[in-house]
Each structure stands twice: as structure tokens, then as C-alpha cells.
Design a protein around this ligand. Structure first.
Ligand code: GLU
Ligand code: ZN
Length: 321
């Protein structure tokens, strides 16, 4: 079976080196057979100019074909989540009919104050307060005066999957809790949109940042509850840190591809550098993604975050060192 991966940028800021590395690795693992999926469902955070910038950056790195930008005219090789809300809503309804989704009117405060609320790896675990309370959103609203969110009713046995870097991962639903499928502001959640898309778009392998390791369990649980197919392989890769001990983040205006490019960085340098930081080649040297396909093996990928130093930036910009 031909592998199909995906590049799934969220256009809430400019892409930085960490994003670029994950996209390069996803591309290499799938030997270029990737779907570009713009994860722009979070309307308050996403901006069209960031979508445009992300596509330009990926074209620059030769990870998507030039012309993808015109996807909205019907020559689509990109999928936009913002155009698929009806589809996500249908799947929410289907989960509700199967008794796997329920309305929840709790505020963040309510959840923190619920005396029994334990803390998990990702903060407070939702204690299931609204499970079984209401049949539908209208009843929840009539009772509380609040617009409800919808949560996934997650019980049953642990979810087990194999990650190429983390080995066998076992996630007990009780350690993560019932998570949001549909937000109070009437938008689908990341978990629902990605679970539906990966299944319906025929994605066979997922490579993304290690922060999403546990989300794989959530997405598998949604797919199983809906009787949908799931990807067959996962790799959750380390971050690039900015030298202050933090992962790079779009919101901080960390070193963006755009900034590097404006300062004269060459795409082959950036690509070769990223491949080196990931453990694919022995030293940083300019290369294209295509040239690196032969070097890629998922087992070669490093497990540790890479810490970016000023000297690396000098190399990227081909400055005297
Ligand atoms: N859109 C997410 C991000 O940019 C990635 C989600 C995923 O790969 O599942 O961080
Ligand atoms: Zn609740």
C-alpha cells in the first residue's frame, strides 16, 4: 500500500524551524506522498495571511508543489478544515446517537473546583460531571442558561498503539478524561476534526510533534467509536528549542522561516540543517528534501529535543563563523 502522510499546519502564526522540521520528516517518511491539510478551524486564532505564508514556506522548502495556493479554485491538492464543518458536525451527531458524546456546560472554573478533579499530565482531568445529564444541547441550555460544549464519553479499556519513537504506548482513558469534541463557541475541536480527517482522507501514517502523543489515543478512540479506519503508524518527534529551554512556538514570534528567508537563508541550507538536527545526516550540508529521501529511516530519528544556538543561525544564514 502506498503510504499517505499529511502536513497539517495551523495558520495561527508563521512557521518556525520546529514546524518545518516536522513537515520535512513527515514528507520524507511518506516519500513525498503527503496531503496538505490546513487546520484552520479555530477561527479566532487562524488568519488567512498565515495560511498564505505557510503555503509559501512549504513551497519554498519544496514540500508542496507550487500552485497549491490556488487550491480553492478546484485544482485542490490542499484540504481546508474550515470548509468541512458540516462533515464534523455530522460525525458529532453520530457519536451522540451512539451515546458517545454528551453536552457539558461546565466552565473551566467549575472543573478546577470539582473537588475530586485529579491532575493528569496535561493539567486538570475533567471529572465527567455532565455525563448522562442531558439528552441534547437544548435541554442543557434550558437548564443552565449556558451554551454547552460537547464531550466524548471515554470509557472502556486502555487504548494501545505503537509509536516509532516511543514504543508501545498504553493510554487509560481515566488518565485523560472526557475531552471536548465541539466547543462552546460552536466550533469543532482539534481532536474531532483530525480524527475524522485522518480516517476519511485515508491517511496511513502520522508524524507530528511529541506534544500530541496522547492525542493519538483520543483520535483512535473517536475513530473506533465511529467505526472509521485509523492510520497504521505514528511517530511523535522531538522539538527544536530556542536556547532558553523552551520549545519554539508560533505565538512568541520565534525565529520564523519567513525571517530566515528575508535574511537571505537558502532553502537547501535550511533543509539540510533540519535533517542533520533530526539525526538523518552526519553534518549539516545543503540538500533538498528529494535528495534526502534515501537517508531517511524512521528508526534513525533522534529522541531528544535539539537546542538551537546562535552559531546554528549563522550557519543557516551562511555568515562567517
Ligand atoms: N495542526 C497541528 C499543529 O500545527 C498539527 C496537528 C496534527 O498533526 O495532528 O500543531
Ligand atoms: Zn460538564
Amino acid at each position: 500500500m502506498t503510504p499517505l502522510g499529511r502536513l497539517a499546519p495551523t495558520p495561527s502564526g508563521l512557521l518556525h524551524l520546529g514546524n518545518a522540521r516536522s513537515f520535512l520528516l513527515a514528507w520524507l517518511w511518506a516519500r513525498g506522498n503527503v496531503l496538505l491539510r490546513i487546520e484552520d478551524i479555530d477561527k479566532p486564532r487562524c488568519k488567512p495571511e498565515f495560511t498564505k505564508a505557510a503555503i509559501e514556506d512549504l513551497e519554498w522548502l519544496a514540500l508542496v508543489a507550487t500552485g497549491v495556493r490556488n487550491a480553492s479554485d478546484g485544482t485542490a491538492t490542499a484540504a481546508f478544515q474550515s470548509t468541512r464543518t458540516v462533515l464534523y458536525r455530522n460525525h458529532l451527531q453520530s457519536l451522540a446517537q451512539r451515546g458517545r458524546a454528551y453536552p457539558c456546560t461546565c466552565t473551566r472554573r467549575d472543573i478546577e473546583e470539582a473537588s475530586s478533579a485529579p491532575h493528569g499530565d496535561e493539567g486538570v482531568i475533567y471529572p465527567g460531571t455532565c455525563r448522562g445529564k442531558w439528552r441534547d444541547a437544548a435541554h442543557a441550555k434550558a437548564d443552565t442558561g449556558r451554551e454547552p460544549a460537547w464531550r466524548f464519553l471515554w470509557d472502556g479499556p486502555p487504548v494501545v498503539f505503537h509509536d516509532e519513537l516511543h514504543g508501545d504506548v498504553t493510554v487509560d482513558p481515566a488518565t485523560l478524561g472526557d475531552f471536548v469534541l465541539w466547543r462552546r463557541d460552536d466550533l469543532p475541536s482539534y481532536q474531532l476534526a483530525v480524527a475524522v480527517d485522518d480516517a476519511l482522507q485515508g491517511i496511513t501514517q502520522v508524524l507530528r510533534g511529541r506534544d500530541l502523543l496522547f492525542s493519538t489515543a483520543r483520535q483512535l478512540a473517536i475513530q473506533r467509536a465511529l467505526g472509521l479506519p485509523s492510520p497504521a503508524a505514528w511517530a511523535h518527534v522531538p522539538f527544536i528549542q530556542d536556547g532558553t529551554g523552551r520549545r519554539m512556538a508560533k505565538r512568541d514570534g520565534d525565529l520564523s522561516l519567513r525571517t530566515l528567508r528575508e535574511h537571505g537563508a537558502d532553502a537547501r541550507r535550511v533543509t539540510g540543517f533540519l535533517a542533520w538536527t533530526a539525526g538523518l545526516i552526519g553534518k549539516p550540508e545543503p540538500a533538498t528534501a528529494k535528495e534526502l529521501v534515501g537517508e531517511f529511516r524512521v528508526q534513525k530519528l533522534g529522541r531528544d529535543d535539539f537546542v538551537l544556538a546562535e552559531s546554528h543561525v549563522d550557519w543557516l544564514l551562511n555568515r562567517d563563523q
